[in-house]
Design a protein around this ligand. Sequence first.
Ligand code: SAM
Length: 286
Amino acid sequence: MGDERIRTLGDAWQHAIGSVIAAPGTGPPRSTIRGVATTPSYSTTDIRSFFDRSASTGSPERHGHAQRLLEYRLALVRSLAWPRPTDVVLDLGCGNAHHLLALGPELARGIGIDISPGMIELARARVRSLPWRANLTFEVDDAEELKGIADQSIDLAICVGAFEHMLDKRAVLASIYRVLKFGGRFFCLTLHADYVWYRTIAPLLGFATQHLSSDRMLTHDEFIVLLDQAGFRGIRFAPWTFIPKGDVPALIALLLTVLDAIGRLARLDSLRGGLSLCAWKQAKST
Ligand SMILES: C[S@@+](CC[C@H](N)C(=O)[O-])C[C@H]1O[C@@H](n2cnc3c(N)ncnc32)[C@H](O)[C@@H]1O
């Protein structure tokens, strides 16, 4: 009876919102009034196909003003991971190279890897027009293996908006640890499993939130355990503002924006959609 009532309330709420906002053809791509359209996914091949399809549309920003969001994310990278001009930086799940293209001039070298050949094509096409392109390379590779990256060759590994899509998170962290130099760091911007939208509101209203059925977010505590088991130390977390605007009707986006502002003021991380972290591979003791 409880479940049934929740579903009925959820349906009524969606119906109300839908009738207010869902003008035909005006919704964000790949979203429905019931949240995102979840694509069934069981393997790396499924994930690759999904992102190859996304690459064929240019993989545009869906959650707000592209340049403002990029600058915000770069500020988070800079404040937590301090990229240096001597750094070799590896971007895991680099997509269309959004972040490496912006960071490139500040680095010694940037390497982008992605499981999707379509994304790597896109990244290479974008970098071809840049004058300082010589220090950036892009390769198809699986973050779980990093076959093309030598041991202890990377100063900073970054992973933005991709970790939640990676299937074997233990394998990804072990690969990152292997390729990092001693004293190197791993920076990750991902979604927060304890976010009130994902944890409570969306299930209550019957909204889908996963783009791929294999997507999996971690809580702060789950992340700490995995990082610790992989050997990382000096782990620092910070919440960040992620509002899944492209995945929900405008009224819900507004509600989530207000909750985020309250969460920021009251330091309530469960009201914030993003989790960022920086973890270190300790320097070798002499
Ligand atoms: C949402 S996109 C984010 C792209 C980019 N980092 C950005 O922020 O614009 C996630 C990316 O992760 C990639 N990806 C998913 N699983 C992967 C894996 N195991 N190894 C490498 N890349 C992966 C996908 O192909 C996709 O390009």
